[in-house]
Write a protein that binds this ligand. Structure first.
Ligand code: PLP
Length: 462
């Protein structure tokens, strides 16, 4: 193509970025654009169409996801070799709008450590074949030693024999619950909780009881009452950057809750999946009540979820039965991803990754503070998400539907509520889930605009 591409956008009322993607797909299909044609830069196309640069960034990003185009660093953006043209066009006619998905809590891929060089280095190691042998359920000692170093970063001093390695926190919770709870038992947790805990409760036939919280986390008086009434077999909590409310428990609250746990001999399962993001978090329950605290330290939100690794520290009396349960459920955890993680912990890559994620989280929160200015929301400088109570008269359903209609997916409070019928109006928005800064800004501005508006009457619903 010799001329600079300028799409014809038509007059439908679909969002502009979608109109650009549609024009892109049509022009490729009809031969206006050919493979390897260079597309205008984001700025050039935004200027020639008279639209915001974020609109073009978003359109190109979706075009890339659909295989229509590809970016080649500084050389620019090019039309791809479309092997699945029909599929790409079908995706466009899909009734589901393309969305910026801020509904899931995962760390930004842009700050991920370099897996390919880690795998190349590992491949060159003379003992690499050893990783194909079954390890013991307890995992190889060097991997647990790396766990000791990781937990030191989280201010917990342990020995390698104190650590059980699991395939992530969800696996750890399944192993722990299967070990200490029996069908019908009560597990108490925050009124909003990590949905995976609810799923395990359903699977194992447990009664999950949600308890009232204030700005410092679960209320000690409520825990006391639940213990008296229900005699729970465990208290599950996310003490640092609680998912979804962002509360981090101060030390006084942990002491008060520990006193109650002691009184009722209540095991406290502390899910410290976000702890590495917070430079000076209060001491862990495992330190405060070592005979009752069970700490789960997954690396999913701070290094990478695809590794599937968590380090678990439990009181000695639970250890062997937890290893037996792990063996029954999984036999053993694969040593291959743990080896990659252990190398990253030992050579400083893990620490550097956490630092990058913290820096990025701070930048993302600055964007959120601007876009949501004037509205109530709970943030923390290094958290991956914000929790936004909705102003009247917005309901979760109306708000999330409107956000989705405008191209942003977010998670409503019911996803996290133990008692879904009692869920208040609030949403969780994951800032780290956006592909880049422009998309995040567009998404946050969209949410800000909806917060400033009132629900529209939907004349299309009958
Ligand atoms: C609080 C909490 N715990 C556990 C998990 C699951 O972690 P993993 O990927 O290590 O299984 C998540 C994932 O979102 C989470 O938010």
């Amino acid at each position: 193509m010799t001329n600079v591409w300028k799409p014809v956008l038509g007059s439908s009322d679909e969002p502009l970025y979608l109109a650009v993607v549609r024009a892109l797909a049509q022009d490729i299909e009809t031969g206006v654009l050919s493979p390897e044609d260079r597309l205008p830069t984001h700025r050039e196309l935004a200027d020639s169409l008279g639209v915001a640069i974020g609109t073009i960034t978003r359109a190109y990003s979706i075009g890339e996801q659909r295989g229509l185009i590809y970016g080649d660093g500084r050389r620019g953006t090019f039309v791809g070799e479309l092997r699945r043209r029909a599929a790409a066009l079908t995706a466009l006619t899909d009734t589901k709008p393309a969305v910026i998905d801020l509904s899931a809590n995962y760390p930004s891929p842009s700050e991920d450590p370099d897996l390919s060089s880690a795998m190349r280095r590992l491949a060159r190691h003379p003992d690499v074949q050893q990783l194909l042998r079954y390890p013991s359920p307890q995992s190889p000692r060097p991997h647990r030693e790396a766990g000791v170093r990781w937990l030191e970063r989280l201010d917990l001093t342990v020995e390698p024999d104190d650590i059980i390695i699991t395939a992530g926190a969800q696996h750890a919770l399944m192993v722990i619950m299967s070990t200490i709870a029996r069908p019908g038992d009560v597990v108490v947790t925050e009124e909003y909780t990590y949905p995976g805990l609810k799923a395990i409760g359903d699977l194992l036939g447990l009664q999950v009881v949600g308890m009232g919280c204030d700005d410092d986390g679960p209320r000690p008086d409520v825990l006391d009452e639940v213990c008296r009434k229900h005699r729970p077999c465990a208290f599950y909590t996310v003490p640092t950057l609680h998912n979804p409310t962002n509360i981090t428990m101060p030390i006084e609250r942990k002491r008060d809750l520990s006193a109650i746990a002691r009184r009722y001999r209540l095991p406290v399962i502390e899910d410290e999946i976000h702890r590495a993001l917070v430079p000076e978090a209060a001491p862990t329950f495992t330190e405060l009540i070592p005979d009752l605290g069970i700490m789960v330290a997954s690396v999913s939100k701070v290094i990478a979820g695809g590794l599937r690794v968590a380090f678990v520290v439990a009181p000695p009396r639970f250890r062997q039965s937890m290893l037996d349960t792990l063996h029954a459920i999984t036999l053993v955890v694969s040593p291959i991803p743990v080896e990659i993680l252990a190398r990253w912990i030992n050579d400083g890559t893990a620490a550097a990754t956490v630092e990058r994620r913290r820096t990025q989280a701070r930048r993302n929160h600055a964007l959120a503070a601007t876009a949501l200015d004037g509205h109530r929301f709970r943030a923390a400088p290094t958290s991956h998400f914000v929790w936004v109570p909705l102003p009247d008269p917005w309901t979760n359903a109306a708000f999330t539907a409107e956000a989705y209609r405008r191209g942003v997916a977010i998670a409503p409070s019911e996803v996290f509520a133990v008692d879904t019928a009692a869920a208040g109006s609030a949403v969780r928005i994951c800032l780290s889930a956006a592909d880049n800064r422009e998309l995040l800004t567009t998404a946050l501005e969209t949410v800000g605009a909806i917060l400033n508006s009132t629900p529209r009457r939907d004349s299309t619903t009958i």
